[in-house]
Write a protein that binds this ligand. Structure first.
Ligand code: SF4
Length: 423
């Protein structure tokens, strides 16, 4: 396979007003995010340089006449801490160097709180057409547990503002398997979220991995070390999670969201027709995605993944050297996937989608054993397309681990485990 032109661009904006103890994203808070010593302008100057470096690379490897982007996603962090003119400046730059398709999806993540949801009408005027709100819960006690700065009323206000600003699409991110969250309180969150008539809902199980233990936090790693207090919070939170309750919560989400007219198009994502996230579909379909900003991951559409290291200051220093030297790509890494691992990854991502994968995958010696195990265990529906069954959606991680090269062959655990990633 050859390097492809990216269909989408991810821009990581790593600033938040404070840090939630469960957060695994690449985020800085405190003085770096606000006040006279904030690093927003320095970061923006650096990201403009990275946009040029990545576009120069693509001009060389793919050609300057490549197709324009069909999706741009400003994620974080809290990109709504930027001003509309800063967002407009980024989008203008992207349009000049990458091209933006006329009907492109342009998403911005925002927190619902009054202090950090930013100028929604201004973002819309800058060209953003899809808003993704980090709601997580509509239960005040759960929001406090999660360390969130907003309350349920802020969510209502943010959605009303987004409707007044005429965003084409509004997503609400929700979390389940939250410590202290009962089936009943999750039902309330779903009910209250649906009253706001979102176009799209993402519902993920709260993931409390330890990035330090995973070795992802070295100076070239794509994640930051756990912050003080976060480790203790997680140790207290984990015993309050429950896989069986999480499975019930997932099934409840499916029932409620589908009954409200949202169709599940991916394991953890539901949308009204025409409101499926084009950006995330590009990831799940293994299409080429460019990415800039600290901790951002790119894929060239063949078999190479590239990531930027998570730390902000080395990122800025590399792209805007203080000594006047030429800018260099930020620190990070590059990983060629071997073909078998690439096919396994494509199968796993494809199975997350409602459309599933081509049945011919059963003829692939690298995938056949895992898929046949899934069919026998009732997790995969066989046919011209292979799709997860309802049991398969609950036990997806048991299947996915068997599709990886060197997969275990042991019997499945009996406890239900809902496949999810952090929201
Ligand atoms: S969970 Fe969201 S709001 Fe909280 S620190 Fe992480 S990126 Fe910021």
């Amino acid at each position: 396979m050859n390097v492809s032109a990216p269909v989408a661009l991810y821009i990581h904006v790593p600033f938040c007003l404070s840090i939630c103890p469960y957060c695994d994203f690449v985020v800085v808070a405190g003085r770096a995010a606000r006040g006279p010593a904030n690093r927003l302008e320095a970061f923006l100057a650096a990201i403009h340089v990275e946009l040029d470096l990545r576009a120069d690379d693509l001009d060389t490897t793919v050609g300057s006449g490549r197709a324009p982007l069909s999706s741009i996603y400003l994620g974080g962090g809290t990109p709504s801490l930027l001003g509309p003119s800063q967002v407009c400046g980024l989008l203008d730059h992207v349009a000049r160097r990458f091209g933006i398709a006329r009907d492109a999806e342009i998403t911005l993540e925002a927190n619902p709180g009054r202090g950090d949801r930013g100028d929604l009408a201004g973002f819309r005027a800058a060209g953003v057409d899809r808003l993704s709100l980090g709601v997580q819960s509509l239960d005040p006690a759960e929001l406090r547990t999660l360390g969130r700065r907003h309350g349920p009323a802020d969510v209502t206000d943010a959605v009303a503002e987004s409707r007044a600003a005429r965003f084409r699409s509004v997503n609400l991110d929700l979390l389940y398997d939250v410590p202290g969250q009962s089936l009943r309180s999750w039902e309330w969150t779903l009910h209250a979220a649906l009253r706001l008539e979102p176009d799209h809902v993402s519902a993920y199980a709260l993931a409390l991995d330890d990035p330090d233990a995973e070795g992802a936090t070295s100076p070239l790693g794509d994640r930051l070390p756990l912050r003080p207090g976060a480790g203790a919070w997680r140790r207290r939170a984990r015993p309050a999670q429950d896989e069986d309750r999480a499975a019930d919560q997932y099934e409840m989400a499916e029932r409620r969201l589908v009954a409200a007219g949202l169709r599940r198009y991916e394991l953890s994502n539901w949308a009204r027709r025409g409101h499926e996230s084009r950006h995330n579909l590009a990831y799940w379909r293994c299409e080429a995605v460019e990415a800039v900003g600290p901790g951002a991951h790119a894929f060239d559409g063949s078999l190479t993944r590239r990531w930027n290291a998570a730390r902000l200051e080395p990122y800025i220093a590399s792209l805007r050297p203080a000594d006047g030297a030429l800018p260099a790509p930020p620190p990070g890494g590059r990983e060629p996937l071997d073909p078998a691992a690439g096919r396994a990854e494509a199968a796993i991502l494809g199975l997350r989608l409602r459309t599933g994968i081509d049945g011919a995958a059963l003829l692939d010696p690298a995938l056949a054993a895992g898929l046949e195990w899934g069919i026998e265990a009732g997790l995969v529906e066989a046919g011209r397309r292979l799709r997860l069954t309802s049991r398969g959606r609950l036990l997806a991680s048991e299947l996915f681990v068997r599709l990886l090269p060197d997969a275990p062959r042991a019997a499945p655990r009996t406890a239900l485990h809902v496949q999810g990633t952090a929201a």
